[in-house]
Design a protein around this ligand. Structure first.
Ligand code: SAM
Length: 280
């Protein structure tokens, strides 16, 4: 019996259900329930929220979220081998856990969720980044979620929270920080996982702002930032030449020296540049 609930320890769950980790599904499991409860607490007060969890695996984080009081958890898991273990958790937390077997990139979870909705996940790197970008670029803002609590490779986590002037600063930082507060809340060494991955990891917590930090058209801002960082070593007057014919005028209107490089430009100036270009 574990301390956070009456269910068996995760090592036992994995042995009983023969859940040997599959590399193809990016399976690096968290087996310490004190750690998964700690991650769940980073999502804030769960009592009044539904939580969407992607990739529950054998259910360590799922159990953390439920034990920390989530109103309901909807968990989407691709690996059907995990379903019997997850069914045991659902039975122990009567009615508060619903599991869907499928690919999170293809399932629309909204019909099963009632706001306010928080998202929590420990996902493979490529799926995690793709979902993060989707969650940060909905058609309308504010999005359906109030916060995201997500495990990433440390290097990706650093790109999400990076500030101008650093090597990690780029498209992901601007995308995340334009409409959300983002911070690293837990650092984890490889040994925290079974099997241990090659690199360190970190949990990032993002809170959706009610409105963008600075006004800008989302598509124009995305186009400008993509062009600027695609050639991040070039001066902006060169890297942005293809974005608008009179780019030097727009840079001047936004107060950006044309000889600057993308890495030096903050979010507010990128938004001013997007407004100037869109206004044309
Ligand atoms: N949450 C568990 C934990 O912390 O121990 C498992 C984490 S493991 C890094 C990633 C989980 O995501 C695995 O259970 C894997 O099967 C699942 N997964 C991978 N790709 C997925 C996808 N596209 N949709 C849903 N689940 C996926």
């Amino acid at each position: 019996m574990s301390q956070i609930d009456g269910l068996p320890p995760l090592r036992e769950v994995i042995a009983t259900h023969q859940l040997s980790a599959k590399k193809s599904l990016g399976q690096n499991f968290l087996l310490d329930l004190n750690l998964t409860a700690k991650i769940a607490r980073q999502a804030g007060d769960l009592a009044g929220s539904d939580v969407l969890e992607i990739g529950p695996g054998p259910g360590g984080l799922t159990r953390g979220l439920l034990a920390e009081g989530a109103r309901r958890v909807l968990a989407i898991e691709k690996d059907e081998r995990c379903l019997p273990a997850l069914a045991e958790i659902a039975a122990a937390y009567d009615g508060r856990l619903k599991v869907i077997n499928g690919d999170a990139l293809e399932i629309d979870p909204l019909e099963y969720l009632t706001p306010p909705i928080k998202i929590a996940a420990n996902l493979p790197y490529n799926v995690g980044t793709e979902l993060l970008v989707r969650w940060l670029t909905p058609k309308e803002w504010p999005p359906f979620w109030t916060s995201l609590t997500l495990m990433f490779q440390k290097e990706v986590a650093e790109r999400i929270v990076a500030k101008p002037g650093s090597k990690a600063y780029g498209r992901l930082a601007l995308l995340a920080q334009w409409r959300a507060d983002a911070r690293i809340v837990i650092d984890l060494p490889p040994q925290a996982f079974t099997p241990p991955p090659k690199v360190s990891s970190a949990v990032v917590h993002l809170t959706a702002l009610p409105a963008p930090r600075f006004e800008a058209d989302a598509q124009t801002l995305s186009r400008v930032v993509a062009a600027a960082f695609n050639q991040r070593r070039k001066m902006l007057r060169a890297s942005l030449k293809g974005v608008a014919p009179d780019i030097e005028d727009h840079l001047a209107a936004a107060g950006i020296p044309p000889t600057e490089r993308a890495e030096q430009i903050g979010l507010e100036a990128f938004c001013a540049l997007a407004r100037s270009i869109k206004g044309n």
